[in-house]
Write a protein that binds this ligand. Structure first.
Ligand code: 1HE
Length: 268
């Protein structure tokens, strides 16, 4: 693999930038970069995530988000909430919504690498990614109840779709902390690996995803969630249109012919 090239022009690569972005082959590695504050998400971090995911560089086929230091993220930077007006609170939440929507509907699939604390807004950030890889140190919580606030980063929409309203209600009302294996069983994460192994596992998955036809990846990120949430007759129509568009792509024809002429790998 080539050495990561820093995207200095876009975000800056100074050690105090809220996120750092490197591109390794065709994988963008986005690192939350406030380890001394446990990657608490301040406005600068949210704006930087929004800027990057709104326009991923054309050479990028997959993105991986991870946290520097001891954990993925301690959630909202609570120092920014102490003097918030109601109007300011709504705007703040909408800022997060725009940023996380840019991740959920990015040009490319996004994998999150989860270790240590994945709490509050950090869990909402993870929920906006497409694949969640946790290591055995990861733990998940929604301490908003203890802080006297409510989720504001899309958690009330995305988390119930992953784990059900009943589990989210329990986490918010009782402060329950979910360990990695429980998160796997609940459907909150798709993979749990040994402590320290989540980034490598995510990069392996990213390599596989990068080998898919770009149009298939686009369909999975953009058409699948919309079809899944639509009324069945609309979802099925969207599926038919997307299937026909994907099949019509030159790359699909090339890959189907390769299989039929026994030049493509089988499913193993
Ligand atoms: C912070 C934050 C933060 C740490 N905002 N500064 N999130 C929470 O309620 C979680 C709050 N954080 C914690 O419970 C713990 O910090 C952790 C379990 C995540 C990590 O514990 P630990 O012992 O490794 O670190 P620490 O010593 O508690 O924190 C290190 C520093 O980070 C310390 O600052 P310092 O100046 O004293 O060194 C902490 O104050 C600081 N820090 N977490 C600000 N969250 C869109 S709505 C979303 C709503 C939410 O996200 S609510 C959940 C908020």
């Amino acid at each position: 693999m080539t050495q990561p090239q820093m995207h200095e022009a876009l975000l800056g690569a100074s050690s105090d930038a809220p996120i750092e972005v490197a591109v390794q082959d065709s994988v963008a590695i986005v690192t939350l970069n406030r380890p001394a504050k446990r990657n608490a998400l301040n406005d600068g971090t949210i704006q930087a995530l929004h800027a990057f995911f709104s326009a991923t560089p054309p050479e990028v086929k997959v993105a991986v988000i991870r946290g520097a230091g001891d954990c993925f993220s301690a959630g909202l930077d609570l120092t920014e909430l102490t003097d918030q007006s109601i109007t300011g609170g709504i705007r703040h939440s909408r800022l997060w919504h725009r940023a996380f929507e840019a991740i959920e509907f990015a040009d490319v699939p996004v994998i999150s690498v989860l270790h240590g604390a994945v709490v509050g807004g950090g869990l909402e950030l993870a929920a906006s990614t497409h694949i969640r890889v946790a290591d055995g140190t990861a733990y998940f919580a929604l301490p908003e109840g203890q802080r006297g606030i409510f989720v504001g980063g899309g958690g009330s929409v995305r988390l119930p779709r992953l784990i059900g309203v009943h589990r989210m209600t329990d986490m918010m009302l009782t402060g329950r902390v979910m360990e990695a294996q429980d998160a796997l069983a609940a459907g909150l994460v798709q993979y749990v690996v040994e402590p320290g192994a989540a980034f490598d596992h995510a990069m392996t998955l990213a390599g596989r995803i990068a080998n898919n036809a770009p149009l298939t990846n686009f369909a999975v990120v953009h058409a699948l969630p919309r079809a899944a949430q639509a009324a069945p007759e609309h979802g099925l129509m969207l599926e038919s249109l997307m299937a026909a568009i994907a099949q019509g792509d030159d790359l699909a024809k090339e890959r189907l012919n390769a299989f039929l002429s026994k030049k493509a790998p089988k499913v193993r």
